[in-house]
Design a protein around this ligand. Sequence first.
Ligand SMILES: Cc1cc2nc3c(=O)[nH]c(=O)nc-3n(C[C@H](O)[C@H](O)[C@H](O)COP(=O)(O)O)c2cc1C
Length: 345
Amino acid sequence: MQEHPFQFARKISTLDHASRGRIAWNIVTNGLPNGARNFGLPSLTPHDERYRWAEEYMKVVYKLWEGSWDDDALLQNRASGRHGDSTKVHRINHVGEYYQVEGPHLCAPSPQRTPLLFQAGSSRTGMRFAARHAEAQFLITPTPAIAQGVIQQTRTLMQEYGRAPEDIKFFQGLSFVIGSTEEEVARKNRALDEALDYEAMIAHLGGIMDIDLDHGSLDDSISALQTEGAQSLLDWVRAAVPEREPTVGDIGVLAGRASRISGTPEQIADRLAVWQAIGIDGINVVNATIPGSYREFIAHVMPVLQARGLARRDFTSGTLRQRLCGRDRLAPPHPAARYRGMFHS
Ligand SMILES: Cc1cc2nc3c(=O)[nH]c(=O)nc-3n(C[C@H](O)[C@H](O)[C@H](O)COP(=O)(O)O)c2cc1C
């Protein structure tokens, strides 16, 4: 939303061409008041209005990516000297609440046309947005049980849009402390906790939750707090400590500890099998050090996951959507597909 959709659609198509169809887009409505002010808005747009705005944004880019060029518009015929058939490249003439975009799209169709669509944000409105648009969703829920709840609710909403449960893949963000013995794991955990700056993490996450830390303490309760910022993150901080009053300090715990899995590679594989069993399709390895966290995971945990059939050994070829979903293009009933063949001007 903070880049005009016409320009954004063009950039993404160019990247999708250049990468031969490897582009994904994480659609987020952002929760930072400062971000809004940097783009000329007086303050953060209210939460649900941001999602309404995002709905229109999606409509504009789908029209450009899917509807503006017919499949047979690009000729590239050397003999006739014709690059394209202009009768098959259409204006979209979008007129909405936030945007007016005439078109046509400036790029010939790229391998995926619409990039693979990720979404992050699991408030009630965010889940509905995901149910309609997303092919993959990022989560950082504190427990598998909470992730399971989000997955079930999103899948129930997907039915309203005629989409199948497997049309969204769920990716949980997790960090890892890996050791060959339990003593080594305990030592590395202590070292990590000493190195982590919990106040900085609270400031970072508190920013997108729109919580003002200048006027309170780490012990302040956040149970009654309402926010126009990131609502799911706030819900997950509260859900991580069901037995007591959640506080500002717990925001750092969600960021630094709740999504941390510690153990030997075998123990880590056991825990990942639990996440998989409740419906998580993939993980995001959250780093403590770069590239150390990734190197350790690849060297020690991946072989165990592969041996247990929890991770792939080989990669298939083709576009990113082909690898993840088994097709290059979005298919009906996804809302992007309805714009194909819709325009004639
Ligand atoms: C797992 C996760 C990842 C996120 N990643 C980003 C991001 O990369 N950039 C960003 O601006 N906002 C990001 N957000 C914040 C969302 O844009 C923000 O939470 C927004 O209000 C929508 O979330 P909600 O539906 O949970 O309220 C992320 C939120 C979550 C939960």
